[in-house]
Design a protein around this ligand. Structure first.
Ligand SMILES: [Cu+2]
Length: 391
């Protein structure tokens, strides 16, 4: 067991394979592709990888996917086609600064057991030096011609580089008051399976091609339109848009605002208070919401971004709703001592001078990376949380 009796499992790989998961209580279970430590623990999105600034982490991404894909894919574009069947995958850490052989080159794909590999495949274990400044990243599949369907199938997850010294200096909301919200859209058949239209937008020109994907249901951390019980205090949310094509323009009901403190992997110099946040696919907004600034007992996170953005269809009853915060109707249990400093971070000024020539430090030993599962409930059950240590 880890700290606070949180179960810890020592492992050195991240499994990905086909599992069945529930997105909504009124929808039958859905077959998905998911990351985790095993078929039992794999989730969509996958576990959050928590890395420490300056501490190298190694991850062996292990493909356990079946012989064929659960979604239709377009074979008229350049696509990874393995000679022995299976679903090619390769992981890209979005926003990460790491060696090219750990970057998830689309040609570095591999199938289950590394039976077939792409022309650029060299490494089964990826190295993430985490020498960039602390911030928010995310990981996703990147296989040639299959990235669209592999992400839709569920191969996505968040990754955060933490700097404990910086965290204690800034004193933003921490621990259980610091959450990831991974938001994406999906459509489903009535039997629960993922729906993806594979008839081309202009079938006389191309039988399959559609440039974008828009789903009816908005999913946050693996649940459609979930709720989260919050205390009447400040929370930090790292909101990641992991949709394939949908922009979100978020607002909060009942008079609440966002205080944006970061964008993608960086802090803003100073916090910005705003009623609305526009987030394109793959963008990350790092915000603080102070639930003590409303007397209401709930607030909805809503979306009004047309799709495709900015000139497409208006949102409707379904895709205008994202999630609901239920504010516990009492003073917060513990006093909220967190702050939002007026100056968050001064990064070094960019320069056009050539970089100094130096070799990256050679890590002496493999250091732990912490994986955190934070799930929502549609049934009022408490959220479970699993921490996993990777040596
Ligand atoms: Cu990316």
């Amino acid at each position: 067991m880890g700290p606070n009796n949180i179960p810890s499992v020592v492992t050195s790989h991240i499994w990905h394979g086909e599992v069945v998961r529930k997105f909504h209580r009124n929808l039958p279970a859905t077959t998905v592709f998911a990351y985790g430590t095993s078929a039992l623990t794999a989730t969509v999105p996958g576990p959050t990888i928590e890395a420490l600034h300056g501490v190298t982490t190694y991850v062996t991404w292990q493909n356990h996917l079946p012989q064929s894909h659960i979604l239709p894919f377009d074979t008229t574009i350049a696509t990874a086609i393995p000679s022995h069947g299976g679903v090619p995958t390769v992981v890209h850490l979005h926003g990460g600064i790491h060696p090219p052989q750990s970057d998830g080159n689309p040609f570095a794909w591999f199938t289950a057991g590394f039976r077939d590999t792409g022309s650029a495949w060299t490494e089964s274990t990826y190295l993430y030096p985490n020498v960039q400044h602390a911030g928010n990243l995310w990981y996703h599949d990147h296989a040639l011609g299959l990235t669209r369907v592999n992400l839709l199938a569920g191969l996505i997850g968040s990754y955060v580089i933490r700097d404990p010294t910086e965290d204690s200096t800034l004193d933003l909301p921490r621990g259980e008051f610091d959450r990831h919200l991974m938001v994406f859209d999906r459509s489903f058949y009535k039997d629960g399976s993922l729906y993806m239209n594979y008839t081309g937008d202009n079938p006389t020109i191309h039988p399959q091609w559609q440039p974008e994907y828009f789903g009816d249901a908005i999913i946050v951390n693996g649940k459609a339109w979930p709720y989260l019980r919050v205390q009447r205090r400040k929370y930090r949310f790292r909101i990641i848009n992991s949709s394939n094509a949908r922009y979100f323009r978020f607002s909060l009901t009942n008079g609440l605002s966002f205080v944006q403190v970061g964008s993608d992997a960086s802090f803003l110099r100073s916090p910005v208070t705003t009623r609305s946040i526009l987030l394109a696919p793959s963008e990350i907004a790092d915000v603080v919401i102070d639930f003590s600034t409303t007397s209401a007992n709930q607030s909805e996170l809503t979306n009004d971004a047309p799709f495709p953005y900015p000139t497409g269809s208006a949102v409707d009853q379904l895709n205008s709703k994202v999630m609901k915060f239920i504010i516990i109707p009492s003073a917060s249990i513990l006093p909220d001592k967190s702050t939002v400093p007026s100056i968050l971070k001064n990064y070094p000024t960019p320069t056009t001078r050539p970089p100094p020539r130096r070799h990256p430090p050679t890590p002496k030993r493999r250091q732990p990376v912490r994986l955190v599962h934070r799930r929502f409930s549609r049934h009022g059950l408490s959220m479970d949380r699993i921490n996993i240590l990777i040596p």
